[in-house]
Structure formats: structure tokens, C-alpha cells
Design a protein around this ligand. Structure first.
Ligand SMILES: [Zn+2]
Length: 106
């Protein structure tokens, strides 16, 4: 359990929807890196069986999918390529945003 760096009170809480801690006694507000939190490492891979890009957690051997971004395919090769790479851009965006996402270790 953490304590307030100002008044050493143990009556602290995490400010809602933030990574900040808040003291219930003196109302000090500070940022504390939680050692139980870590970054999620992800990468984008193409699905082996479907027209889809998968964002996977690399730490779990790529088994755990964070997101799946499917795309359509038609008889038009130009359109197919556009749709495939539009889906890839979305997948890369999701993967990159996971770099700053902190998850609790289980
Ligand atoms: Zn305090």
C-alpha cells in the first residue's frame, strides 16, 4: 500500500479514471508508477485463415488477440489492395496505442 508523500497518511486512493493518487487527508495529488503495472507488447500479424489483420500480444506467444480487423475482398484487385491496407493501418494504430496502455499483471 502506498502512502502520501506529503503527510504520510495511508488513506490514499487512485483518482478515478487516472494513474494519479490522491490523499484523503491533505488532498495532495501525485503521480505514482505502480510496480504491478506493465506495458502490453503487441504486434500486427495477418490471419492465417481469414481476410483479417490481428493485433496480438507478443508476450503470450501471439496466442492472445487484442483485436481483429477484417477486410472485404472482391474481384477488383485494386480495391482489394486498398481495403487490405486500410485495415492494416487501423491494426497498426491499435497496436501502437497499446504501447502506452498499462495493464495490471495477473
Ligand atoms: Zn496527504
Amino acid at each position: 500500500m502506498s502512502e502520501c508523500p506529503e503527510c504520510n497518511s495511508k488513506d490514499v486512493r487512485v483518482a478515478i479514471h487516472t494513474d494519479y493518487k490522491e490523499c484523503n487527508k491533505c488532498f495532495h495529488f501525485w503521480e505514482e508508477s505502480d510496480k504491478n503495472q506493465r506495458e502490453m507488447k503487441t504486434k500486427v500479424v495477418h490471419s492465417q485463415s481469414k481476410n483479417a489483420w490481428n493485433v496480438v500480444n507478443t508476450e503470450l506467444g501471439g496466442k492472445y488477440k487484442i483485436a481483429r480487423i477484417p477486410y472485404s475482398q472482391t474481384d477488383d484487385d485494386v480495391l482489394n489492395t486498398i481495403w487490405k491496407y486500410e485495415a492494416l493501418e487501423i491494426a497498426v494504430h491499435i497496436s501502437k496505442s497499446m504501447e502506452t496502455f498499462k495493464t495490471k499483471e495477473r
